[in-house]
Structures are given as C-alpha cells and as structure tokens.
Design a protein. Sequence first.
Length: 331
Amino acid sequence: MVSRENITREALSDLEAQRAQNLAVEKERRAEASQRSAAVAALLERRKQLFFTGMRSAFASPGQARAISENMQREVEQINAQLRVELEACGLPKDYLQPVSRCPLCRDTGYVGEPIREQCVCLKRAILHKLYQNDGLQGLERENFDTFDENIFPDTPIEGKRNTQRGYIRKIRGICETYADGFSAGEGRGLLLCGTTGLGKTFLMHCIAQRVLERGFSVVVISAYRLTERMRRFQFSGEGEDQVQDMIACDLLCIDDLGSEPMIRGVTVSALYHILNERRNANRALVVTTNCDSDGLYEKYDDRIGARLCDAGRMQILQFVGEDVRRHLKQ
Ligand SMILES: [Zn+2]
C-alpha cells in the first residue's frame, strides 16, 4: 500500500485543482450573466471599481483604512442585493454569482477550525477513498461494521451448544469492534479467526481493517495465497521489495484464508515465518483468518509458526461456529 503521507499530498493537490476549477466556473458565470443582462454587467463592473478605489484610498490614507473598508463593505452589500434582483429578473438563480465550492465547510481548502486547524471531513474522506483504491483494501468500503448484518446468520440453536449462530457472531463481532477501537500500534495484540467457510470471518476481518485504517493506522490486507506469491517472486527475482516491506512494517497486517495457499517447498513456510517473526520482534499486530484449527496450523506449518499464531499471550483465538450462510442464503 502507498504511504499515508503521499496519499494526503495527493488529496491536497486534488483540492488545489478543485479551487482553480471553482474560480474558472465563477468567471464563466459572470460572463454568462453579463451577456444576459446589461444591468448585471453594470453592477459587476461597479463592484470591481469599488474594490480598486477602496483599496487605493486605503493605501493612500492608512489611518482611515478601517472606515474605508467598512464603507466599502456596505456598498458591496447594496450592490449584491441589487445583483440578486437582476439575476432573477433575467431568469438565473439569485445566488448564481456566489463563490463556488464543492465543500461548504472548508471551501475546498481541506482544513477547518480556528485557531486549531483540523482536516475537514471532506479531506479525510478523500484520503480514505484513495487508500481504499489500494490493492487489498478495495472491499473495505462495502464490508465494514456499519454494513455487517448479523441477521443473515440463523437464530436457531446449534446442537450441543448453548447459543445460536447469531448469538455467537454477535459476541465475536463485539470482540472485533472493541479490538479495532482500542487498536494501538506497537502493542502486538492480534486475533486468530478460525472456522469453516462462509461463517463471516473475512467480512469481520475487513471490518477491523477498515476501522483501524480510519483511525489513522497503516493496514495491509492480503490473502495467504497472494502473500506466498509475492514472497516467492521476491525470493527469486528481488521484485516487489516495497510490498514485502509494507507487509512487515505496517501497523496491522491482515492475512486472509491462511492454509489455502500452495505449499511451495522452501518458500511458503520460510516466507511466512520470516514475516511473522519480524512483526513479532517489533510488536506489530496480526489478524488472521483460517479454516484450520490450532492443531491444524501446527500440523500444516511447523511448531515455530504454530506457536506464533496461537500464542495465547498475544493472539486471541475466535472460533466461528454454525453453517455456511452463503449456502443458507441461496436455498
Ligand atoms: Zn471540506
């Protein structure tokens, strides 16, 4: 994924382009209104002259600048009132010559607030939107805690269990949301989401990733399959070093469907161990979904990886239960 700093810079330069476009639209509108109505044209010209003479006399006698400016303000308001009348008279909306901006809060500057300047919601949203365009993060705009619907999970008791599938998923969702809301970089606490296909593991992992990303941390979401692919490519050709670095250095790494990747001799296990180990040494967190249970993970990989994934001191294991809701929905 691309760094947040670069993305922010890009979003700010988009806003700059937007402001230039706003000015062009304003100019076009003045020209159009002037063409329609000679009265409008005359008022605009008077307003312009007023600014020039006002500014000139304020420079000439600085002691009276304040009075001059107040006078000017009053006259401009009168002209603007007449403009509104004339605009309507020639069939245009009365606010047609108001300053143009896409965001009414920050007027497309990206910042609000005095004296503490803060990013405007429009800038925050633009940054997130750009982040979501990144590899692996594309699903997050659709799959998040707001769109998570526990009602698709059956509310009938599961044999041998105390709760229904919906009851379990509600509980797990609560744990995931608390985790995401309390996430902090460098704490190294993670989640292992275990269970068979179609129980909502990947969806909830996306929810966590989205929330953590929104809170300003760097997140990489990648399937175990692609992780293996990237590591294999890097190992053999040295390509994709940045991506490998991101997987190691991001605040939160989310690995989807661990156990489904091809077992390539000399690649899969060592690559996975390398990433897990580097992250563990730096106390960086991990969220993993897998169809395997903890015994399965020890069997499939080796003790070193099994121990890192199932380390009770760092990883909370969430066991998903019930039936495949995707199959359930089709029936
Ligand atoms: Zn704004």
